[in-house]
Design a protein around this ligand. Structure first.
Ligand SMILES: [Zn+2]
Length: 344
């Protein structure tokens, strides 16, 4: 499973993909950028067109660049992604991976009627852009079964090699009427089962425990900006457990690390901790945020490496019981392990 690090081009540091940066992470092989950030900044847009995405962002060629349409950002401003502009941008800059120009994200509080409208409109875009390398999107929602049926019925979509699954973030945020974790899990499971030959990308997975779920459900790639968002809030991620608050940057109701967890952090092998230690993680302003973000992304990459290794060696079942102490997701992981016949 590939971890795709979501970037924010307005605040580009830490440059974890840059071999010249003290925060360079050699295991990182893909980043995701949003079209919305090119649309809003014409200099950035022009440079990408003229120099290509990799050169304009100084991303080395071995790191793949994924392009998200930014539909969520546009919708917050009451608009939609300008499709022709997006299309022209994709054609010019040739990202390594790119989704359809627009999807309509169903939120849990929408009525069935409204969720169905989102589905119909997203399906229309999926079908219009079923040529070329555009990655079609389906959303985890109460209408998922219909999505699966329509994808199955459409010959061109069925031939696509990659699908992206969206819509889990509003559900994970536990908004009113959110789907239960179990239902979300079953939905993703169903998509995996139905489309066994497609590569599946899951949008918005950024915690160490949710990484286990994505890997066990055989996702091929996941992306998240969580490593940066958590860092900006003063939070650090730790292998196998939830987030911990290390710098007091607001009331996020997150536990502080225990003395044992602090010891773990002291021994952390990530470039930020190796260079600046615990004080670096506790620091404020950009310096602290860069250290925490690097630490968080390194932790995700490392957690993923361990998960894959244990699955491959058939040692996952014994390992996760000792390793994973997350109270929210642990029961769900127990369930997936229970019904899996390939892990043992
Ligand atoms: Zn670290």
């Amino acid at each position: 499973m590939k971890i795709v690090a979501g970037l924010n081009l307005n605040s580009i540091k830490p440059r974890v993909w840059d071999t010249a940066s003290p925060y360079y992470l050699s295991d990182l092989d893909a980043v995701m950028v949003s079209y919305a950030e090119f649309h809003q900044n014409r200099t950035r847009y022009r440079r990408a067109i003229e120099e290509g995405l990799h050169t304009s962002l100084s991303v080395p060629k071995h790191v793949k660049i994924y392009l998200d349409n930014g539909a969520f950002r546009f919708s917050r401003a009451g608009g939609e992604v300008p499709r022709d502009d997006y299309k022209a941008f994709v054609k010019k800059v040739k990202p390594d991976w790119y989704v359809i120009p627009q999807d309509y994200i169903p939120t849990p509080c929408m009525s069935d009627y409204k969720q169905n409208k989102c589905l119909e409109k997203t399906m229309a875009v999926n079908q219009e852009f079923s040529y070329d390398g555009y990655v079609p999107i389906l959303h985890v929602s109460r209408r998922l079964n219909k999505y699966i049926r329509l994808f199955n019925e459409d010959e061109k979509l069925r031939e696509k090699s990659i699908f992206a699954i969206g819509g889990i973030v509003p559900n994970l945020l536990r908004a009113p009427k959110s789907m239960s974790y179990k239902k979300i899990l079953n939905s993703i499971y169903k998509v995996r089962e139905t489309f066994a030959n497609q590569k599946l990308h899951l949008f918005g997975v950024g915690g160490t425990a949710t990484l286990h779920i994505a890997a066990l459900l055989k996702m091929d790639s996941v992306d998240s900006v969580g490593w940066r968002v958590r860092a900006a809030r003063g939070l650090v991620q730790l292998p196998g457990i939830g987030d911990r608050s290390i710098a007091d940057l607001g009331n996020w109701k997150v536990r502080e690390p225990t003395s044992q967890e602090l010891k773990k952090l002291e021994e952390c092998q990530c470039p930020a901790c190796q260079k600046y230690g615990l004080e670096g993680l506790k620091a404020n302003r950009t310096f602290g945020a860069c250290n925490r973000a690097t630490h968080n992304l390194w932790t995700l990459l490392e957690e993923n490496r361990m998960i894959q290794e244990h699955i491959k060696n058939k040692t996952y079942v014994e390992w996760y019981k000792e390793h994973l102490h997350n109270s929210t997701y642990r029961p769900l992981i127990d369930q997936i392990v229970e019904r899996s016949d390939t892990l043992k």
